[in-house]
Design a protein around this ligand. Structure first.
Ligand code: 6PG
Length: 467
């Protein structure tokens, strides 16, 4: 009998199944297309003996030890509901379904709340195919006892950071999928900011893709060390085998999305959390996809003419700006997690979130270890105020400003950087400008405002000034 089951042998499911088998667990697998199940088993090499290919869902259920645990690695949405509906009548009390896809956390909350079904866990799995195969980062949510039951398997297959498995229980119902969603929102922002530095180097400094690749490779040796900088260096350095041109120069500048970044932005808006860098990154992808409109814009409005006179130190300033933008983005991400934790009653373990992201996942970076330590040091409110991070922000301030200003004067779009800088500036403004908003709201809608010098709601003398 197999110890665990897995449904869905797409790229991620197949890689995860091999990872589980390799760690010494017997696994039963099934797929909508049965031929794929058997082909997968046939190609599993030395791991074949640990894998039971099943021709149907009932066969998979029968192949499992009780209490059963079945991982679903299928496209998010209706497909998950369909499998739950198919599995439920076949399962016994105590059996467990684990949704390991990129589910919307609201769906996970709904599924976890269904009282008549099997036990249910929603786990966020990050790291792409390579991570799934050799060690992903796993963010768990749902029933604690159910998590504890499968934690040995999940910890065994997870990435390790200095020996510690990156598999952590985040909280009830949708907590794990929510943390994964915010991970992806940060991923979008991090990717976008790197793309903005690429834009400055390509269009501002006239550098070639391989030259830009060398810059990223160098940055990857310093405080920006991260998976995304590493792969950006490799992407920029690669050559297209068909044309011999740099790979980047033949890739269309239009980016799609499956939706997790958008969900982060939507949830930030719903909760009233300022996640502007992530929102800007999502919007930048949206604008990127409107290629005909951008071409018309260039024709009608003209492309900005660019000449950077003072190129001295621009690359170093970009590195500093990226550090600052990244810190601001994480401050927003953790702020959003904090607000969601309160709203949904999760009690999210903030230092553990930073820790689980230190290895295996797409946003893994050296900085996350510092963040874990800062968050562990105690409640500090905004991450920007944590010891070590405020100092870095102050240090990077001039470079951050120089780069955003360069973008504005040279017509180099920097939506994520600009949003991050505006956030930081807004945060350090003890007297903001919302008093004007309040005056306007009271003027046209008698919404009332608070005064600096008196308690309660007040109205302005607008009748006297109107007309
Ligand atoms: C990960 C990735 C992974 C995937 C997403 C994002 O953590 O392994 O985030 O989940 O890349 O599907 O893809 P989109 O860019 O298409 O939204």
């Amino acid at each position: 009998m197999a110890e665990i089951g897995l449904v869905g042998l797409g790229t991620m499911g197949a890689a995860l199944a091999l990872n589980i088998a390799e760690k010494g667990f017997d696994i039963a697998v099934a797929n909508r297309t049965t031929s794929r199940t058997f082909a997968f088993h046939e190609n599993a090499g030395a791991l074949k003996g640990r894998i039971t290919p099943c021709e149907s869902i009932p066969a998979l259920v029968d192949a499992l030890e009780s209490p059963r645990a079945i991982i679903l690695m299928v496209p998010a949405g209706q497909v998950v509901d369909d499998y739950i509906a198919e599995l439920t009548p076949l399962l016994a009390p105590g059996d467990l379904i684990i949704d390991a896809g990129n589910a919307n956390f609201k769906d996970t909350r709904r599924r976890a709340a269904a009282s008549d079904g099997p036990m249910f866990l929603g786990i966020g799995v990050s790291g792409g195919e390579e991570g799934a195969r050799h060690g992903p980062s796993i963010m768990g949510g749902g029933d604690r006892a159910a998590w504890d039951r499968v934690a040995p398997v999940l910890s065994a297959i997870a990435a390790k950071f200095e020996g510690t498995p990156c598999a952590t229980y985040m909280g009830t119902d949708g907590a794990g999928h929510f943390v994964k969603t915010v991970h992806n929102g940060i991923e979008y922002a991090d990717m976008q900011m790197i793309a903005e530095t690429y834009g400055v180097m390509r269009d501002g400094l006239g550098m070639s893709a391989p030259e830009i690749g060398q810059v990223y490779a160098r940055w990857n040796e310093g405080p920006l060390q991260s998976y995304l900088i590493e792969i950006s260096g490799k992407v920029a350095a690669a050559t297209d085998p068909e044309t011999g041109k740099p790979m980047l120069d033949v890739i269309l500048d239009r980016a799609g999305q499956k939706g997790t970044g958008r969900w982060t932005a939507i949830e930030a808006q719903m909760l009233g959390a300022p996640a502007t860098t992530i929102e800007a990154a999502v919007a930048a992808r949206n604008l990127s996809s409107r290629l005909p409109e951008r071409r018309e814009g260039a024709a009608r409005l003209g492309e900005p003419s660019r000449s950077i006179h003072d190129t001295d130190g621009v690359i170093d300033a970009l590195e500093q700006a990226l550090l600052a933008g990244k810190i601001a983005c994480y401050a927003q991400g953790f702020g959003l997690l904090d607000m969601a934790s309160e709203e949904y009653g999760w009690d999210l373990p903030m230092p553990e979130i930073a820790k689980v992201w230190r290895a295996g996942c797409i946003i893994r970076s050296a900085m996350l270890d510092d963040m874990a330590r800062a968050l562990e040091a105690g409640p500090h409110g905004n991450l920007l105020f944590a010891s070590g991070f405020s100092e870095r922000m102050i240090e990077a301030d001039a470079s951050f400003r120089r780069i955003v200003a360069l973008g504005a004067t040279q017509g180099l779009p920097m939506p994520a950087f600009s949003a991050a800088l505006a956030y930081v500036d807004g945060l350090r403004q003890p007297r903001g400008t919302a008093n004007m908003l309040q005056g306007q709201r009271d003027f046209f809608g008698a919404h009332g405002f608070e005064r600096l010098d008196a308690e309660g709601a007040h109205h302005g003398p607008w009748a006297m000034t109107a007309g």
